[in-house]
Ligand binder design. Sequence first.
Ligand code: UFG
Length: 326
Amino acid sequence: MIFVTGGAGYIGSHVVKLLGEKGCDIIVYDNLSRGHREMVTSGEFIVGDISDKDRLLKIFRDHDVDTVIHFAADSLVGESEEDPHRYYSNNVAGGISLLGAMLEAGVKKIVFSSSAAVYGEPERAPIEEDHPTVPTNVYGNTKLIFENILKKYSSTYGLGFVSLRYFNAAGADPEGAIGEDHSPETHLIPLILDVVLGRKKEIVIFGTDYDTPDGTCIRDYIHVNDLAEAHILALKHLENSPASAIYNLGNGKGFSVREVVGAVERVTGAKVSVVEGDRRKGDPARLVASSEKIMRELGWRPAYAGLDVIVKTAWRWHKRRFGGKW
Ligand code: UFG
């Protein structure tokens, strides 16, 4: 039995859908602080918090859980700087409670949702996994702390883990059933789509004086289904090998904020109102992944690597969810 924390969230719900399609037995556990019940399309759903160790222990024992996929976390960079206690409590202390229950119940395998935010300001691009990890915000720090805990528990207790460092997750289920719905929304692609739908007047570009070809920040956007496939490969790896591992997940190609606006205009046929604003604190100029390691070791290949296809799936979903058709 696979136990998925945070399975009602954006990335978690896409992984849950894929696990369901593959016929896996799963339990989805989410406190619904940010997730949505209706995004959970497979498995048994339990509303609960990862800080509730006794509850977790009982579920692990009653349902013969052997593997955990751990998404449950707060993930807003800005908010993590304003309210660090929320982030250390949920992402670190909550994670330790989960690991405590796993150790007690003898659950030995975990796939962890990590982030490119562990790297901080990059020294080079593309970023490989051995790049220095110097997070520049509390969110990234919580992910790095938890990875370090996993490493120690792996060597001490024989825990097997795969940590996946996502770059910029984007897009939606190509079948249009589920997709991104954050509240508040802070991510670039859904915010531009809100302008197209008339839910927002304009998109503010955070900084146009970066040392990049068009002056705006460059990010490596990766389709959420390609991320989901990587979790399946991580599970297979943990079934076959005791070796723990950390992998980046991106497309190895960066797009500037202006290029993303251009892709949305191409895909939707709309003209997007743009305002050039100040830099957002803590934004690195360029974040591009090398995903060579997961390609080489686990055979991962992205199926939705182009920016337009990513935006297309996001647009289809966005119209349905927020365009009055839900
Ligand atoms: N941006 C704008 N205007 C907006 C929103 C975003 O110009 O209204 C820009 C940002 O400055 C950035 C790019 O668009 O350059 C992408 O911004 P997002 O907020 O969509 O994503 P981030 O790159 O800031 O963050 C994402 C995840 C984090 C994760 C990080 C790792 O949301 O959880 O990638 O790199 F930590």
